[in-house]
Design a protein. Sequence first.
Lengths: 385, 202
Amino acid sequence: MNKKEVFWCKSCLNMSTRNRISFDEKGNCNACQWRDEKQSMDWRPRQKELVDLLDKFRSTNGNFDCIVPVSGGKDGSYVAHQLKHKYGMNPLTITVKPALSLEIGDQNLSNFIQSGFNHIHISCNPLVLDRLNKYGFIEKGFPYYGWLIAITTAVIKMAVNFKIPLIFYGENGEVEYGGCTQNKDKGLYDLEYMKRVYLEGGHDKVLDRIKADSDISDADLSFFQFPEQEILAEVGVSFTHWSYYESWDSYRNYVVAKEKCGLIEKDEGNSDTFTNFAQNDQALYSLHAYLMYLKFGFGRATQDAGIEIRRGAMTRDQAINLVKMYDNAYPEELIETFTTYYQMTNDEFDAVLDKYANKNLFEKRGRVWLPKFDVAQDFSYEEFL
Amino acid sequence: MKVVIVDYGMGNVRSVASALKFLNVDSIISSEEKDLNKADKLILPGVGAFGSAMEMVKARGLDVALCEQVIQRKKPVLGICLGMQLLGVSSDEGGGTEGLGFVDGCVGIFNDEYVIIPHIGFNQVTPKSSSRLYRGMGHSLDFYFVHSHKMDSNSDIGQSYCDYNGNFVASFERDNIAGTQFHPELSKTNGLDVLKNFLELF
């Protein structure tokens, strides 16, 4: 038996159950510490690092010199715009089409490309993507794991094929929202870090499962496999986050993307977390958030409220109210969409949720898992090993 | 133009400063009387509880300083969210607290059991037709709200309304005094337009 303490960040509501998160002696999580640190730090050395990095890789022969994965949203658009227009780079922008996309972002993506970017739209074989998503859901409790693999592997394949040495992601979520701080003071990182943090390991396990299916060949999996180490080394692909070089400010990203990249303002009346579960780029995100809740005790409301608290728009008490109300919301209205997509019965689908529900945190009443804890009330339990 | 964002230790001063930067307006964040003295325009932001906010305001002598700048010297002030509420007469939050009393408005909690608190997200404001804050903008505008308490007023304080299971004061504007319950600094283009109007028309 092992006594486990469960607690919440004293500033936001990040939970100690969150993967890779750390807390200081005052009980503030690493995202809240970073919020304070980045406001007072001198960004000039990092700006210089960026300029040096770009000088090193900037193409002189018309080749692409960096890749920016984009969705048409504000963040990727901002990064691509800055690289192209402020720093004179030649970025190739890439989008991997998700399953069950809700098409909200389609117009924005089209506008972004129209504003003057080279872009590749990757559509992985949907039959394979869907099955990988299903196996990821079953084996790892990740409802769109196939897509998660592809946005890593297919993008890297493009880097190798076009011999592009640098891939720019937007923010480092681990640092900005809570998680691994290992790369906080490091600009570039390697493939092993990507595999460990972004795919949370287990990539091979899910691929092995699909390979065992007789109707799937290696060729079908091309977009989902990492290139050979030697080929990767030959191009020397490096990964980096924009948020390392410049203080990450999603509002600034929005303003620039709107002015320069054709980002449209939606009618925002219903489209945020707290009022509508269905609205997002992909329907599977709701399931992802619900599974996160069952595994760790916090869902999308906790995450979004944390962002609001850190940008000074919400108090912790207001956040507690919202989290109590929304995190435990079973995505009832989408269950049929999910079971149809995975081709599962309701019982099979529920069995997966049951498998991942953390029994130390939840107990099942009827069809639904209910928390044994109160939000923001620290507690401990005896873990049976 | 010198814009001072009044800092009494609660809330969103930095996001306000960064929104002003998009309008190419430099601002300083301060609670010093000498800075308030030199200011052309004041912005009073705020997130949190009314009672503790008033304590912080008084502890810094800002109740007196703001009264001098805003009431006597007629300097334009824009209160945002809790900052707007502080410009009112009182709040029933925590058993009742007096506000700065610059406009006739009282603050109370959303007390309908069917209403989710806080009121959060984008919601529509219907601008009063003679409004300066919304000049040149449309008839029904989205702004970003996060609040558990609302202001009501029986007087004409130039209020525009928003509906959240009933109307509440989304903004007011009377002479040199204005306030928005929503966060203009988090309300995308509409918010920037309101800030711009405040800076240019007040």
